[in-house]
Design a protein around this ligand. Sequence first.
Ligand SMILES: Cc1ncc(COP(=O)(O)O)c(C=O)c1O
Length: 401
Amino acid sequence: MSFRYLERLEKTVKDHETWRTKECLNLIPSENRGSELMRSMFMTDLGNRYSAPDRFYRGTRYLDELQALAEEIARKVFNARYADVRPLSGHTADMAVLLSMTERGDRVMSVSPDNGGYPGVTHLGLGKLLGLENLYFPYDDHAVNIDPRLAAAALKAKKPRVVIFGSSFIPFPHPTKSLSAQSGGAVRVYDGSHVLGLIAGGEFQDPLREGCSLLIGSTHKSLPGPQGGIILSNSDEVFSKVAGKIHPGIVDNVHLNRVAALAVALVEMMQFGKAYAKAVVQNSQALAKGLASRGIKVRGAHLGYTKSHQVLLDYDLGRLGGFAERLEKGNIIVDNGGRVGTSELTRMGYGAKEMDEVADLMSLVMLGKKPADLVAKSVKSLTRQFHEPKFVLRSTPKELQ
Ligand SMILES: Cc1ncc(COP(=O)(O)O)c(C=O)c1O
């Protein structure tokens, strides 16, 4: 009996691994592919150990060193005075910020979920749980961005306690600098969950130098790290308040195998971040152009479509869900919201030429020009050529060992 379960378990995992890593075009912008070295960190003893700031656990000398090292690397990559790698996810980082920076009844302004804002911080998520009053930036649909003029007026009128820039749908940099300067005494936070890999590579925008006290987010979307979260800051006061809330209230076990994997991904960003981030943006623009030239509606055409890892399709939600379902049958994986992400394909070595091929395959399915199962065959022959992540480190060079 137990062997049967084991067999099923192993088969399910293997089937998933084969399908998603060898046979699919993975275009979900929240996902990415870790290097072998990064993934190998998960299999170490680190994943079975505890360490805690109150020194309750013994035997942690290397664990403590590892966490300090990961935070040192993070500070370098993001040019930040402070880093905390303990949050287990982007959402946990958001929670740490809101729990430490707000009280019941405080106002928090962010991008509305109706405009692609992250629902987790709003009246649908933490805002409700923490009794906050959620307010939303006025949004300019045509610019696919926060409306800077109306948002400045809203900040002046509403005086929120916390302002959160960053978003789940984010093709263009937010007007963080001008709005930070007009946000009065608000704590300014940039939730870079989606664009952290681009920020690490010096593309997109630089929130810690655009008036934000905190840059937080997931470590696994455009940043090709393990699933987890991070908090970065240049402000003594703000950082110590947030970091001070994490243990024992928000995170107990830090998952040090994740921290080691994150450190590997960050070293990879140190080495290849610039080239990777540039390639991601170029690929997004090539994909958007390829789609548009085949008659697929893409948002932001007048602005060059995108400056991030995301291409936003311009259809109503019902249509988008239908497209996503059909594309999945063709082994092309996107979400139901019409975001198409290029981080993972870039990581796998796809360039602008292949993006045009991807656009072609997508359009054949979306426009009903070819049956999805036939497209799946073409997808498999394309993915066969890109089976190893690029922009990766294998191990310490021999001469340094
Ligand atoms: C802007 C933003 N913040 C936070 C999160 C939550 O991230 P995680 O899944 O790492 O908890 C998301 C998730 O998609 C997001 O888009």
